[in-house]
Ligand binder design. Structure first.
Ligand SMILES: Nc1ncnc2c1ncn2[C@@H]1O[C@H](COP(=O)(O)OP(=O)(O)OP(=O)(O)O)[C@@H](O)[C@H]1O
Ligand SMILES: Nc1ncnc2c1ncn2[C@@H]1O[C@H](COP(=O)(O)OP(=O)(O)OP(=O)(O)O)[C@@H](O)[C@H]1O
Ligand SMILES: [Mg+2]
Ligand SMILES: [Mg+2]
Lengths: 264, 264
């Protein structure tokens, strides 16, 4: 029975997509079956894993947008929605820019918060782990992801605005736990883009560790330009530059993630 | 008659808030009357200019959220919504986290795209410039900002995902121009967090200049940690560290912005 993890933080540019792509790639390299779902209209996980966004749009290929607007009774087979990647044990359900309109389209639909969960519950048996890359907001798409998930992994940049937004994120998680998904927990807090030479980064990191204790991963992702270059080649870091500190730190994170789930 | 400029890019973490705070602060230092409106539920511009988000929430003080849900006939006087800052010619209309629910609340309201414009049109005569800090999405809040604006200033980080998102942003601006606001133009493209030692940054910068020509500001904002420190002190960079490269570059941008508007 697969575990479903949302990768979320409404603060923009904190490393959600970079973590979704590279943590799922590294875990699949450890021979676990992984599905990553892109529920951000920017579709950065989609292109970062080598899929062609233009082709998906021109050929009208099915994406997460179509899935959210379809009832589960109407789907026999999910394979048209699931794409292969350059890694054997990693699949992806892509996103597209039309998804930006989904929040308004879903706003008045019955059971609008459950539109993702009804499909994920049918995919859980095929994968060991399902990761969902969320958009930078606490709107209906992120709420759908939280309702469908077992836990939330929170990437956080060690800067002031990122720290400030945590209270709102934790609030939203509490509300979802109370009303829509009792079992939702925090999977962990991941410090990203960390530059140990910057005083502010160390201060913010210390504050987060004080606040969250052992929920904070021991693995810290350093600033590493190879991580920013890899998406333009459509590859996760372990295929773009396996010797980089970026690849090393995400591999370390994958092992820590599995150990915390007693699966390594 | 004041000019209204949206500061927008659906890509997260590209410097929208940092630009909204510091460009408006620098222009007000050149003795133009400036209003900055925070329409992002994260309310980073609100706290970055020294307002206390907790107090606003506890005392139930009026914010942009209340304004969007109120008709213009019901407002005699806008002063309860407008706050003073540490700079004489800079005012701010704050945001709050409840705004995250506004997109769903407004979705079925008549004239939902015009909810901001009806108020801004009554404020235009009091200010020389009105800047609007947008959230990282192309949803109803950003659409409201585009409908209320004369132009859009696009901060962009010199990285791959930021470049990839530009096509969707330009598409949205075109749709708004066609259907809701014929006069909307692009104010300019601002390169932010630029590190001249990074090859990727130079490559992306060159691509943007080829694409946008003289729409790209000559002023480039360098990576400068003082810009990331200033918000935790609730001050724009010119009050936090006037001698920093961050302060220098935003002051240069303010003059270029005014020159392009034949106002300097
Ligand atoms: N550890 C790192 N070192 C260097 N660059 C990084 C690192 N992590 C992410 N980046 C780069 O920083 C930018 C922001 O990261 P990313 O897009 O993953 O964040 P995000 O939270 O998904 O953003 P959004 O809020 O827009 O969805 C990207 O250009 C990415 O390539
Ligand atoms: N030129 C710069 N040099 C160094 N740090 C910067 C610079 N500009 C912005 N930052 C920092 O980078 C982070 C992202 O910037 P900012 O919050 O302004 O982006 P944004 O586009 O408003 O993000 P969001 O999409 O979440 O609204 C912040 O922590 C900010 O302090
Ligand atoms: Mg992302
Ligand atoms: Mg912002």
């Amino acid at each position: 029975m697969g575990k479903v993890v949302s990768i979320a933080n409404q603060k923009g540019g904190v490393g959600k997509t970079t973590t979704a792509i590279n943590l799922s790639a590294c875990i699949s390299a450890l021979e676990k079956k992984v599905l990553v779902i892109d529920i951000d209209p920017q579709a950065n996980t989609t292109s970062g894993l080598g899929l062609n966004k233009k082709e998906i749009k021109e050929n009208n290929e099915p994406t997460i947008y179509d899935l959210l607007l379809t009832d589960e009774e109407d789907i026999e087979d999910y394979s048209p929605y699931i794409r292969k990647t350059k890694l054997k044990y990693l699949d992806v359900i892509p996103s597209e820019s039309d998804l930006a309109g989904a929040e308004i389209e879903l706003a008045s639909v019955f059971g609008r918060e459950m539109k993702l969960k009804i499909h994920i519950d049918r995919l859980k048996d095929i994968y060991d782990y399902i990761f969902i890359d969320c958009p930078p907001s606490l709107g209906l798409l992120t709420v759908n992801s939280f309702v469908a998930s077992d836990s939330v992994l929170i990437p956080i940049q060690t800067e002031y605005f990122a720290l400030e937004g945590l209270a709102d994120l934790l609030n939203t998680i509490k509300i979802i736990q109370k009303r829509l998904n009792k079992k939702l927990t925090i999977e962990g807090i991941l410090l990203t883009m960390f530059d140990s030479r910057v005083k502010l980064a160390k201060q913010v990191a210390n504050e987060i560790k004080e606040w969250f204790g052992d929920k904070v991963y021991n693995t810290i992702i350093p600033k590493n330009v190879r991580l920013a270059e890899a998406p333009s080649h459509g590859k996760p870091i372990i295929l773009y530059d396996i010797l980089s500190t970026g690849a090393e730190s995400y591999m370390k994170l994958a092992k820590e993630f599995l150990r915390r789930n007693r699966d390594y």
